[in-house]
Design a protein around this ligand. Structure first.
Ligand SMILES: NC(=O)C1=CN([C@@H]2O[C@H](COP(=O)(O)OP(=O)(O)OC[C@H]3O[C@@H](n4cnc5c(N)ncnc54)[C@H](O)[C@@H]3O)[C@@H](O)[C@H]2O)C=CC1
Ligand SMILES: O=C(O)[C@H]1O[C@H](OP(=O)(O)OP(=O)(O)OC[C@H]2O[C@@H](n3ccc(=O)[nH]c3=O)[C@H](O)[C@@H]2O)[C@H](O)[C@@H](O)[C@@H]1O
Length: 443
């Protein structure tokens, strides 16, 4: 099939590459000329595990193309995917200007039937708005389909190639046939392509993200309670997760969810409920808990130093909002950095992939290390903010020689409490007892 993808961010580029992988002819369009030039030269603008191999293979085999010329990209395309940003707009509702603007541009160019697919996360009623744009600017027939994306950054290729499910919202029979054909190679193991109306499909996406965010905020509250009552959240997590009705996944407490989606999507759904005179109480609490969680982490740190962190040197392990990505959008690490700097502390940060994005964003206000051990040199404490696998089994002997004090604040619960007791580290994690309180004297 001939496909056009408008927008080559995390979603558009993964979608385009993975659709080319099953034999489709895919042209990706972006307004960012620098990005397009990079991709035309065979360079990936993002870090996403497993993407590089597929990206190069499909470029070499001439199934994957990049351009900033919308007209040439959509001319022969049967299906046009909109993978454009939907950032928080006024009052937190989704800003549809990218999506509706692109719809208008496309409407002014097309000369034959097209299936227009909204891959971006968009509020209920957007398919109708997009259809209205086409009705206004062209007489050519189109079917506007909602096809939300459920991939996770860091495992995006795997998620796209083997999705748990594919949701397609359409009432147009021709579009339904084309979408079934397009996705058939991805559901050969039997996972469903679930067809529904456009509105239900649009809401499904927000409901999924909001439910997952709710799970995380719930566990963060359980973790906070664990600290007060002397329970261990890891044990509670295992205890409840083995119940199939609850499930083992997405029960990890931490310093709050970040990323480009959960924060904006929970907010957008709450806003959308409000617009419909519905007070979505749970969502408001989910957001409140999430905002508090990163503050709790910084407060614990400050309390340890008697409220004064001025001149302290902190080694930060992890800057990305989650491991296996270079994405720092809404990363809790950015909040922590900001608060530490406000308190007069010094920071030496390390992240395997996100360091350049942080350098670009905040520059020389903090120092950067070339590896995680280098960051520890002379630091008063180590702060773990992203659970990269390279941090999981570090050389503790080496850490002891590098750190000025054996103090770790772990926002991701990477280490075993007994091990830290044996090692004599002051170890403060989430929802578990604080280990080796006596070490505090050394700080
Ligand atoms: N990042 C993720 O993991 C997921 C994102 N989504 C949703 O997918 C949508 C896109 O998200 P991302 O890929 O993260 O965004 P992104 O910000 O990484 O990429 C968007 C791309 O669109 C380009 N663009 C903007 N205006 C354009 C135009 N008029 N024509 C062509 N290109 C244009 C930008 O230059 C950029 O490269 C959002 O609605 C998001 O909520 C859904 C599932 C997962
Ligand atoms: O709409 C989107 O953009 C995507 O949002 C999330 O994917 P993503 O943001 O890439 O990453 P997640 O793995 O979901 O993690 C999000 C945040 O939650 C945090 N998290 C996750 C799981 C957990 O148990 N605890 C926890 O604190 C992570 O650290 C991270 O900050 C969803 O998982 C995807 O299904 C969805 O497509």
């Amino acid at each position: 099939m001939k496909i056009a993808i408008i927008g080559t961010g995390y979603v558009g580029l993964v979608t385009g590459t993975c659709l080319a992988e099953t034999g489709n002819q895919v042209t990706c369009v972006d307004i960012n000329e620098q990005k397009v030039t990079m991709m035309q030269q065979g360079q990936l603008p993002i870090y996403e595990p497993g993407l590089e191999l597929l990206f190069h293979r499909n470029i070499i085999q001439e199934r994957l193309f990049f351009t900033n010329n919308l007209a040439s990209a959509i001319e022969n395309a049967q299906i046009i995917f909109l993978a454009l940003p939907t950032p928080p707009g006024e009052n937190g509702s989704a800003d549809l200007s990218y999506v509706l603007g692109a719809a208008k541009d496309i409407a002014l160019l097309i000369t034959s039937y097209k299936v227009i697919v909204t891959k971006s996360t968009v509020p209920v009623g957007t398919a109708d708005k997009v259809s209205a744009v086409f009705e206004q600017y062209t007489d050519v027939e189109v079917a506007v389909v909602s096809n939300p994306e459920f991939l996770r950054e860091g495992v995006a290729v795997e998620d796209f190639m083997k999705p748990d499910r594919i949701v397609v919202g359409t009432t147009d029979e021709r579009a339904r046939r084309l979408m079934s054909e397009l996705y058939a190679p991805y559901v050969r193991q039997g996972n469903p392509v679930i067809f529904m109306d456009e509105r239900s499909s649009e809401l499904t996406k927000y409901a999924a993200n909001s439910f997952l965010a709710t799970k995380i905020s719930f566990m963060n509250e359980i973790a906070n309670l664990c600290e007060l009552v002397g329970a261990n959240v890891d044990m509670v997590r295992l205890g409840i997760g083995s119940d199939d009705r609850i499930g083992k996944r997405f029960l990890f407490p931490g310093i709050g969810y970040g990323g480009s989606c959960f924060p904006k999507d929970v907010q957008a759904l709450a806003r959308s409920a409000e617009d419909n005179q519905y007070d979505f109480k749970i969502l408001n609490s989910v957001m409140e808990v999430n905002a508090i969680q990163r503050k709790v982490f910084v407060e614990k740190l400050k309390k340890y130093y008697g409220g004064n962190i001025e001149g302290k040197v902190f080694a930060l392990w992890g800057l990305a909002f989650k491991p296996e990505t270079d994405d720092i959008r809404e990363a809790p690490a950015l909040y922590v950095i900001d608060e530490l700097l406000k308190g007069g502390a010094k920071i030496v940060a390390y992240d395997p992939e996100a360091i350049n994005n942080v350098k670009y964003l905040i520059g020389v206000k903090i120092s950067y290390a070339d590896d995680h051990y280098e960051a520890l040199q002379g630091a008063d404490a180590l702060l773990i903010l992203t659970e990269w696998s390279t941090f999981r089994t570090p050389d503790f002997d080496l850490m002891e020689t590098l750190l000025k004090h054996k103090v770790i604040f772990d926002g991701r619960n990477l280490y075993d409490l007994d091990k830290m007791i044996d090692r004599g580290f002051y170890y403060n994690s989430i929802g578990r007892q604080v280990v080796n309180q006596s070490e505090k004297k050394t700080a």
